[in-house]
Design a protein around this ligand. Structure first.
Ligand SMILES: [Fe+2]
Length: 277
């Protein structure tokens, strides 16, 4: 990206905001009517906190992507993390927001098997967000919580349409950590994941926290990539998915509903269930 346009890194062809090729290095004849030369389709974009949001619709965008309140809060530092998963969007969103796989896929890192904890989860579905609020978890028994987290009071998993999954952890001091992941298509059953991680500032600089957390994140991500890839392979092997859900799949229903219809159910809902995990 360059000022007011895009430049191809291969031959330097440069396109303005309307999609017209305005610079083509090597051209010796006059290049004074760019609209007639090699124009490409233009899309509305918004640049926000290190990410470029593209509106693929030909209709004018009615709203900008949701601004994260932590972006402008000096109490938080953040960093960006890019990865890729082999999965369909609903499966990837659910994977990030689902807690019940953690004692198995991330055993010892996030939660440990055989050390079940009781807690409750309340799912709220409103016009713009499907949210699961977890209460009574305390500190999780995996190494990540034991090393890096204060006593947990409350946590949230949120699906923010069309493509964002968000995790927020709070202590008695308020929000401590947020993982905000945006999924975009990278190919058939393949997604790019752009994650911004917000951490409450302390005397330890953010770059140090990033360095300490990165090996754990990398391991957890690899475990999720592997299980999602296995899921994809099984779906392909058996010629399609035949999922069975239960009440503990808290956000799968709202995610599927939104992806199928482009909206959440008209009537806001709130349900609570109890876990031992
Ligand atoms: Fe996971």
């Amino acid at each position: 990206m360059i000022q007011n346009g895009l430049q191809c890194p291969y031959h330097g062809w440069t396109f303005n905001g309307h999609g017209a090729c305005v610079v083509r290095p090597g051209v010796t004849v006059a290049f004074d009517n760019p609209e007639q030369h090699n124009s490409v389709q233009a899309f509305q974009v918004v640049e926000q906190h290190g990410l470029v949001w593209v509106c693929l619709s030909s209709l004018p965008a009615t709203s900008s992507p949701r601004l994260q309140k932590w972006d402008d809060d000096p109490a938080f530092g953040s960093f960006l993390w890019k990865s890729q998963v082999n999965a369909e969007l609903a499966d990837a969103l659910e994977n990030l927001l689902d807690g019940t796989h953690t004692p198995f896929v991330h055993s010892g890192l996030v939660r440990s098997q055989g050390k079940a904890q009781r807690f409750s989860a309340t799912v709220r579905v409103s016009e713009f967000c499907a949210e699961a609020e977890y209460l009574g978890e305390g500190k999780q028994n995996g190494w990540v919580s034991r090393l890096f987290e204060r006593e947990r009071q409350q946590s949230f998993g949120r699906f923010l349409p069309p493509c964002t999954a968000e995790l927020e952890y709070r202590s008695s001091a308020g929000t401590e950590f947020v993982l905000n992941s945006h999924f975009t298509p990278a190919g058939p059953s393949k997604l790019n994941v752009f994650s911004r991680i917000y951490i409450r500032r302390t005397r330890v600089p953010i770059w140090v926290k990033r360095g300490l957390l990165t090996p754990f994140f990398r391991r957890i991500l690899k475990q999720d990539q592997n299980i999602l890839h296995s899921q994809q392979q099984n779906i392909a092997k058996f010629g399609g998915a035949d999922f069975v859900s239960w009440d503990g799949d808290l956000l799968r229903g709202p995610i599927e509903h939104w992806l199928r219809t482009g909206r959440f159910p008209a009537v806001p809902s709130e349900t609570t269930i109890h876990f031992e995990l």
